[in-house]
Design a protein around this ligand. Structure first.
Ligand code: SF4
Length: 274
């Protein structure tokens, strides 16, 4: 059975507090199973590790984890808010990172910073993207599309085309699942609204690949996660279903008894990878 992207949440904490955040900030970090995870993920046929969180750069040992993932031959993507990055940090990862993932939720500092709830973050994203591009690290920008910014999505795409030059632009619909099954009526968008946006943007001629993820239809049993405590989960229903614990069982055993929508898993992996 083929697998592609494995999302490794290496950290549950974050130094930001975005309005739509759905991360589980409560899981404690366990260490000592990194080699087991990477060896077993390789044998299972995964080709890419996405280091994510929370905010993965809160971990001092993150550069070592990036290098270790790369040494196993995985394509490595780091999904980060960029706050802890600078030229020196990125240069040290240059030869190990396949792609850098950064968020952008508005085409103006005012809109983005209000959603990210951090003044100056719009400029951080612009600066870190520019450094990554100079260093030859491809950039993927992602917008969490909510009621607050759905009307700005075309402006964001144009801003990216003019200023940021990412390889991939991902638009993820903010729906119940991505809100951690909480009800944020003022943020959640309807599937029909997302489909309409997809059609509108899809007609544009942008110098990057567009990737749309509606949050429900596109994610059901498609995203496989390793949590900071080495439990594993999969996107299911309105939340993530825990499917096993790498501390006590093998990744192969966990996957054997887990229903994965392979077609969707491969489609989503390809849409968000180089
Ligand atoms: S940067 Fe990511 S993990 Fe941190 S608060 Fe924002 S959405 Fe949540």
């Amino acid at each position: 059975m083929a697998y592609m992207n494995l999302y490794w949440k290496v950290e549950s904490g974050c130094n930001m507090g975005c309005v739509m955040c759905f991360r589980d900030h409560t899981r404690r970090i366990v260490r000592g199973y990194e080699t087991k995870l990477l060896t077993e993920a390789k044998s299972a046929g995964f080709s890419a590790i996405i280091l994510t969180g929370g905010e993965p750069t809160l971990r001092d040992d993150l550069p070592g984890l990036v290098r270790e993932c790369s040494s196993y031959g995985f394509n490595v993507r780091l999904d980060t808010n960029g706050i802890n990055l600078n030229r020196e940090y990125l240069a040290s990862l240059q030869e190990y990172l396949s792609i850098l993932g950064l968020p952008l939720h508005g085409s103006t500092a005012q809109l983005h910073d209000s959603i990210a709830r951090r003044q100056g973050h719009f400029e951080i994203v612009r600066n870190i993207s520019s450094i990554a591009t100079e260093l030859g690290i491809p950039v993927k920008i992602t917008t969490a599309v909510s009621r607050r910014n759905i009307g700005d999505a075309q402006n964001i795409a144009q801003y990216l085309a003019d200023e940021i030059h990412p390889r991939i632009y991902g638009l993820n619909g903010v729906v119940k699942r991505s809100l951690g099954a909480k009800a944020y009526g003022d943020l959640e968008i309807a599937q029909a609204e997302f489909e309409e946006l997809k059609e509108r943007l899809g007609q544009g001629n942008y110098p990057f690949r567009l990737s749309f993820c509606s949050g429900r239809k596109d994610t059901e049993r498609a995203y496989i996660f390793v949590n900071p405590d080495f439990t594993m989960s999969i996107t299911s229903g309105d939340s993530e279903e825990v499917i096993g614990d790498l501390k006590t069982e093998s990744l192969e055993c966990i996957l054997q008894r887990t229903v994965v929508d392979h077609e969707r898993h491969m489609a989503r992996s390809k849409a968000t990878s180089l």
